[in-house]
Design a protein around this ligand. Structure first.
Ligand code: SF4
Length: 116
C-alpha cells in the first residue's frame, strides 16, 4: 500500500466502465478503455474495462513509468493528485480559476442503442 504521508499519488480519474464510443457520446474526458496505460507498465491492469493501479507495486520514488503513462493516456485520465509540484505551481501561476461547471446528468444509458 501507499502510505498516506505520500504527498502526490497517481490515480485513474474515472469510474466509467463503458467502451470508448459510448463514453465519448456523453463525456469529453472519460477513460475510453484503450489499454494504452497497461502497455507501458504492469502497474496498470484492466478490470471491467477500467484500468486499476496495483498500489502494492507502486513506488513513489520511481515515477518514470508513471510519467510515461500520463504522457500516453489520450484522455488525460491518469494524473497526480495531492500536493502540486513546484513546476506545476509555476505552470499555472498566471491562470484564472474557471467558473463552476454544472453537470448535465447525461449518462451512457440515456444515449445507448438498445437491441433485442
Ligand atoms: S490510457 Fe487513459 S483512456 Fe486509455 S485505458 Fe488507460 S486511463 Fe483509460
Amino acid at each position: 500500500m501507499v502510505p498516506f504521508k505520500v504527498e502526490r499519488m497517481v490515480v485513474v480519474a474515472c469510474s466509467n466502465h463503458d467502451f470508448g464510443k459510448q463514453v465519448r457520446a456523453v463525456c469529453k474526458v472519460g477513460c475510453i478503455g484503450c489499454r494504452a496505460c497497461t502497455k507501458v507498465t504492469d502497474l496498470f491492469t484492466m478490470l471491467d474495462n477500467l484500468p486499476q493501479i496495483d498500489y502494492g507495486k507502486y513506488d513513489p520514488q520511481s515515477m518514470e513509468p508513471l510519467e510515461a503513462v500520463i504522457a500516453k493516456c489520450p484522455m488525460k485520465r491518469v494524473l497526480f493528485i495531492g500536493r502540486p509540484s513546484p513546476k506545476d505551481v509555476v505552470a499555472v501561476a498566471g491562470e484564472k480559476v474557471p467558473g463552476v461547471v454544472r453537470d448535465t446528468f447525461d449518462s451512457t444509458v440515456d444515449k445507448a442503442d438498445w437491441h433485442g
